[in-house]
Write a protein that binds this ligand. Structure first.
Ligand code: APR
Ligand code: ZN
Length: 247
């Protein structure tokens, strides 16, 4: 890590020590070191790769495609997004320790991978859903992720035969209002917001950040549209940064 980035990590340590209510807002870049994909990075983003399906990933992750092409949707979901074997990484564990130490009060994540919870974080708001919440569209029964991961084709409820819908937010769907309001409350209560591993290009970002007036720190290995508004921007690998800011 170069000298300038090291200095910035020292600065972030100081900001964390001063903060009264620090909140973390994360995205796919938090889980890439666990082997999961991100969506928009130049080098490896899922949306920047040629699609071997009949539509682009952004078109496939829509309610219309899900309704009209369930077989292909579930094949894409299982092949590209769902990876139950992926373990929490050092950033997930550091955030959980920081929560126990009272340094981080809440983790708001756009990821649906449940890795923050598996690492031990308790106050987690999954604003884009969670792959551990799978619901039968016929009778409302809940199913574990294996009911979707381990079955070929379209997963169906053994009781009523309804399709088991993974609990992830698709493009164009309205987020869970309870979760969105909870996230906005946490952010507006915070005096230090760390946005990590997210391109901040999706509607959740403006919805959550636009009324935020506290200190903003961005940790991302590529520029984001919010960099000019941030008090500190650290363009580096998020695991390397967390290794220097905690413990
Ligand atoms: N360290 C730092 N930054 C990283 C790392 C890493 N190890 N790995 C990836 N990144 C960066 C990428 O360069 C990218 O800028 O993380 C960012 C992730 O941005 P996106 O791929 O756009 O993911 P995200 O911001 O979470 O997308 C939000 O969009 O596709 C929808 O619902 C989906 O939740 C997702 C939402
Ligand atoms: Zn059912």
């Amino acid at each position: 890590m170069d000298e300038i980035t090291q200095d910035k990590c020292r600065e972030l340590r100081g900001m964390l020590a001063q903060a009264g209510y620090a909140v973390f807002f994360g995205g796919a870049g938090v889980s890439t070191d666990s082997g999961l994909v991100d969506f928009r990075s130049q080098k490896r983003g899922l949306y920047n790769r040629p699609s071997e399906y009949s539509a682009s990933p952004e078109e496939m992750l829509t309610p219309k495609f899900y309704e009209e092409n369930p077989e292909e949707f579930f094949d894409f979901y299982r092949t590209k997004l769902l990876n139950l074997a992926a373990p929490p990484n050092s950033v997930h564990y550091a955030l959980a320790e920081m929560e126990r130490a009272g340094v981080i009060k809440c983790v708001i994540t756009q990821n649906a991978d449940n890795l923050h919870q598996r690492a031990g974080s308790e106050n987690v708001i999954d604003i884009h859903g969670n792959v551990y919440i799978n619901t039968c569209e016929g009778c409302g029964r809940r199913f574990p992720p294996e009911a979707v991961a381990d079955c070929p084709g379209v997963p169906r409820c053994g009781v009523c035969g309804g399709v088991i819908r993974p609990g992830i937010l698709l493009f164009g769907e309205v987020p869970d209002m309870k979760l969105a309001m909870a996230a906005i409350r946490e952010i507006n209560r915070s005096d230090l917001l760390i946005a990590g591993g997210t391109s901040l290009k999706v509607s959740s970002a403006p919805r959550l950040l636009d009324r935020y007036r506290g200190k903003l720190v961005i940790i991302n290995d590529e520029p984001t549209p919010y960099d000019s508004r941030a008090d500190l921007v650290i363009n580096a690998g998020i695991s390397e940064v967390f290794a220097r800011i905690w413990p």
